[in-house]
Design a protein around this ligand. Sequence first.
Ligand code: ZN
Length: 457
Amino acid sequence: MTPLHDRDSNTPSDSGGILGFVPVFHPERMGPLPRDAAQLFWDPDAQTQDPEARRALQSARARELVRRILETPVPFFRRKLEEAGIKDPTDFRGVEDLASIPLTRKQELRDSEAQHPPIGDYRFTDLRRCVRIGQSTGTTGTPTTTIFTRKDIWIEYESGARMFWRSGQRPGMIATHAHPAYLYGGGALLSGTYEYFGIVNLWVPPPDTDALAEQGIRAWMRFKPDIPFVGFSLGRYFEVCAKLGLDPRKDVGLRIPSMPGGGKGMPLITAGIECYAYIGSGCTQSPGAHLNEDWAVVQAVDPTSGRDVPDGQWGNLVVTTLDRDNGVLRYDVEEACALVREPCPCGETTIRGFWGGRFKDLLSCQGKRFQAAELEAALRGVPAVREPSLEWAVVRPQRDDAPLIVRVEQGNGNAADAAQACTGAVMEKLGIVAQVEVLARGTLARSGYKTNRIVDA
Ligand SMILES: [Zn+2]
């Protein structure tokens, strides 16, 4: 432990000790010590740990979580443990006993916050022991609140660093993002993670208006980030570049990343800020994402039995966070995931996870189930509507046998065949009969972050 105050080495020795002990900057108090840029992993000890030893660590940390729930107490989760017959810490042996504990859904957390305002009765610490507070965007209803102690933030920073490192990012690069701020905690978390890692954090405002989008565009033209912007609002920047007479690729350095085909088979990299923002990171050698098992038990669960589904099959993403000041126990994220346990040639020894989409974005029509992202991928293949940006919405199907109603704004391409081309793309990619309405540019709602693509009739 370094002392808080040192004899300042810059103080001349002949100063007679007038300055005395003064605060001195120690880099390790603000962030991690440097790594060898050539090493494979950010945290080799944790990421290549023997799986048996890691399993023992998980069980020890899960037992500590259960002990704290019973002894703090944490009333909400204590009720869940009691339902499973766990009344004493010795009633819980380890990870293998998690399956007996009932799942917790987001609505239960909302109810807890309403009944025990402002933060509910599922917290492990007092709000005033925390240093940061955030709310969900509330796109699915009343926002839920996230609270972080310094340790909780540190676990996210270290987890994010594993992801950045694996994807080839290194301290000294310039990265940029346009995450929302203030009550929504995502922007502060991402900015903090970049700064902790040692990356230049170029945080531009979300492009809620054309003027705000232009601020970001001008900043990128000036500072030229090493890692180009990617995000839900990328299309907004392409659209505003067109209005400004700028080429988004040549003038601004933007590019559209290669899109995996919809939601299926994407790497599982987040369980949401209210649970575990940087739960995993995409492997560069194998499909899926390596999961940070030292800080979470991740399960793919059959919600009716509470048991794990077989490896490789889709189940509900259920997360128990470990070693945090404020954790969650058997939290059902209400998204689909699949897990594989076979060893990975990259050398990391953790399990890998796949993300199958949010259940609220899962649509069903004409006997087919699909994600909104799959529909978007189909429409993106139509040149008439994809430039300068693809703007679209789907009406949530009411009758299974009716055509799927899709609304698409006119792009730069040929207007006459846009509807027919979109109908053909949806049939070809999803096997669904669609009724496509082509609208004038600027008709649909814009958003600086996540645009709601599913509208009700
Ligand atoms: Zn791997």
